[in-house]
Design a protein around this ligand. Structure first.
Ligand code: UD1
Length: 358
């Protein structure tokens, strides 16, 4: 059986790692197409190297652009790739423009599509990711949901017959990294001279937070006002937005600006953090899995379990952000604490599901 994975953005490389390993074990021939949506080495190459992912078979080199230009360039390039590689299935991941382009190109060529991380919803149709998720789920033949909540959303849209709950593949890779890194010092802590538990990690890159200058100012002001140091891992979109708005992105108050981290460095730095402040989906869940309090700068989240179980708080920029991000990290949770994201073996289930459809 030959499966083609279409990936392009940082969170997809993380999800690809356990899938690539599980496919190898299961004897599935795995072709990897990198769309080129993310091209900076710290957003792309470092993940392939550190997570032991096979090198991409094809690189579309699409790069940046408006949504239409970026997605359209991927679609145009994928036609030839599918003709040449003739996969039995195309596997797409998450909710980026690369996800939608991979799904749409395959379904038009009558190649069956599986969507990993199906069924997540923010119900905010102004988010490009929400549009990508909904359209991809409706185009796909197999919906691999990470959670029961995801499966319920799909059922509400009439898609239950195509849905299988497999668990969350980011849990697979996160738990493996955490165990491999046990006892390792925090890279951010060592570099900036910050003790374990004395700093928070932050990432901000969503258009809702970066496109409006006043809102971006408010986010950065709040991060600088938290009662302990906040290390901001600056995504290229944030850097570009600050430049466009004439905002100087520099250390001030408790704010320390830092380049993005590799995945192992991120995990080791998060284990030792007092908290996480973010608008990323993946980071909310990674913080939850490591039992680090998370403060999410968005009105809604797709990972509702993190909020329901008390580890994540949704805030607006301003005083609410400052006080939520200043809350202490609780003592270790009880052993029977909930595990809504699966047992760390989701990728094996994905391989097994596809093999039953060979
Ligand atoms: C994309 C995804 C988002 C995901 C995020 C993770 C979509 C619609 N959004 O957002 O769901 O959470 O990736 O990082 O697909 N840029 C660089 N270097 C790069 C990549 C991007 O400088 O390697 C710059 C681009 O020039 C552009 C900005 O970052 O200015 C945005 O990149 P883009 O790929 O459009 O979306 P992200 O914001 O990264």
């Amino acid at each position: 059986m030959r499966v083609l994975s279409a990936v392009g953005a940082r969170p997809q490389f993380v999800k690809l790692a356990p899938i690539d390993a599980a496919f190898r074990t299961a004897g599935i021939e795995h072709l990897i197409v990198h769309t080129g949506q993310h091209y900076d080495p710290m957003l792309s190459d470092v993940f392939f190297t550190d997570l032991g992912i096979s090198a991409p078979d094809v690189h579309l080199g699409v790069g940046s652009g408006g949504h239409g230009v970026q997605t359209g360039a991927m679609l145009a390039a994928m036609d030839g790739v599918l003709d040449e590689m003739r996969p039995d299935w195309v596997l797409v991941y998450g909710d980026t423009n690369s996800t939608l382009a991979g799904a749409l190109s395959a379904v038009k060529k009558h190649v069956p599509v599986a969507h990993l991380e199906a069924g997540l919803r923010s119900f905010d149709r102004r988010m490009p990711e929400e549009i990508n998720r909904v359209l991809t789920d409706h185009a796909a033949d197999l919906l691999l949901a990470p959670t029961a909540a995801g499966a319920a959303h799909l059922a509400a849209e009439g898609l239950q017959a195509r849905t299988v709950v497999v668990g969350d593949v980011m849990t697979d890779v996160l738990l493996a990294q955490r165990d491999a890194l046990a006892g390792a010092p925090s890279p951010v802590g060592s570099e900036l001279g910050l003790a374990d538990g004395a700093y928070s990690l932050a990432t901000i890159h969503r258009p809702q937070n970066t496109d409006d200058a006043d809102r971006l100012h408010a986010v950065l002001d709040a991060l600088a006002a938290v009662d302990h140091p906040v290390v901001l891992l600056a995504h290229p979109r944030l850097v570009a937005a600050c430049a466009a708005h004439g905002i100087e992105l520099a250390d001030r108050g408790g704010l320390r600006v830092h380049a993005p981290l590799s995945y192992p460095d991120l995990v080791a730095s998060m284990v030792a953090a007092r908290g996480v402040v973010t608008d990323s989906g993946g980071l909310q869940k990674e913080a939850f899995l490591l039992r680090v309090p998370c403060t999410t700068v968005r009105p809604v989240t797709e990972w509702v379990e993190t909020v329901e179980l008390g580890w994540n708080v949704l805030v607006e920029p301003g005083e609410a952000l400052v006080s939520a991000a200043s809350r202490p990290r609780p003592a270790e949770p009880a052993a029977e604490d909930a595990h809504p994201y699966g047992d760390g073996r989701a990728a094996e289930r994905v391989a097994a599901e596809l093999l039953t459809r060979a």
